[in-house]
Structure formats: C-alpha cells, structure tokens
Design a protein around this ligand. Sequence first.
Ligand SMILES: [Mg+2]
Ligand SMILES: [Zn+2]
Length: 185
Amino acid sequence: MKKGAIFLDRDGTLNPDPGYISSPADFELYDSTLLALAMLMKTDLPLIMVTNQSGIGRGIIEQAALAQIHEKLDQNLSTVDVFLTGKYYCPHVPEDHCGCRKPKSDLFLQAKKDHDLDLSASYLIGDSLCDVNAAEAIDVYSILVRTGNGIETEAKLNQDGVTVDYIGDSLLDCANHLLALEVSA
Ligand SMILES: [Mg+2]
Ligand SMILES: [Zn+2]
C-alpha cells in the first residue's frame, strides 16, 4: 500500500542558513534537529529532503561540495539512527525557469514516483514561502517552522491571506505536532 512521506526543507529548517553553504565546515544542524528527526522516524513515514540550491547554478557551490555536505548530514543523522529515504535538490537559478525549483512540483513528483508515495497522506515542513506554496501545489499538509525565514514568512502569509495547517516554533515543535496527530504509515 502506498504511504505518505514527510518532506523536509533543508536550509532554515534543519540547519541555520547563512546563505549558499558551500562547504561541510559551514553546515551545522540546529540543536533540536536530531531529536526532532528521531521522533519523526517513529511515524514510519519516509523522511525526504527537498532543497533549492541555486548556489550551484550561480557557480558558488560545487556539486562535489554539496555531496560532501549531504554526507556530513547523513553521518550526523546516523548517530541517532535517523535515515533520509531521499534527498532531492534543484541546482537551478530562478532565471532558468526550471520545473524543479520549489514552489514548483517536479522534485516532489519525482520522489512520489521513486518511492511510490501517496501525496494526499504527506506532509511538508519548511521555513519559506516557496515551501508553503509547494505544499499547496502538491496538496500536502503544510507546516511552517519559525526558524530560518519562518517568522518573516509568517508575516507574509498574514498579508496575503495564505494559510498553512500548522506553524511551529522549532522543528521539534513540528515533530511533536505530527506525533500528536498520530501520523503514521
Ligand atoms: Mg529553507
Ligand atoms: Zn530546478
């Protein structure tokens, strides 16, 4: 049977976002990320990271460095038995008008295909308007986290009258919310 996924943004959601992280040395998780993801693992839903990395298209981030950054992420997560089922990134700049840069849906549709997912039973946690709008485009449960751009994003939502399903102060808060909903595979 198909199951949903928990889609996770990267920068501003799992880790502070100083802008165009181009080396593993500059990549650090938020304090509560490991605990939050360990809790989300209990749902048995696949955790799938989807991230815009236009620094690649701008020539600021090397593909090899991105791979090393994600290796560091995996190593950190493995210390608490957390495993990302998928990692998807868009390397393009907005001017490329690709179909994979969030809020566009291509990376999510690719993940759906790769992992036989039921999007209607899926969740997306992110800090930016592109995450909120992507969640709306693919019609998944939308969670805004008030880290990274989250507080700024929340103000924009209020201006535009856009709604999300939940707003959490931290990834840990969001994880607690999903567990309280008894979300599971
Ligand atoms: Mg983000
Ligand atoms: Zn793209």
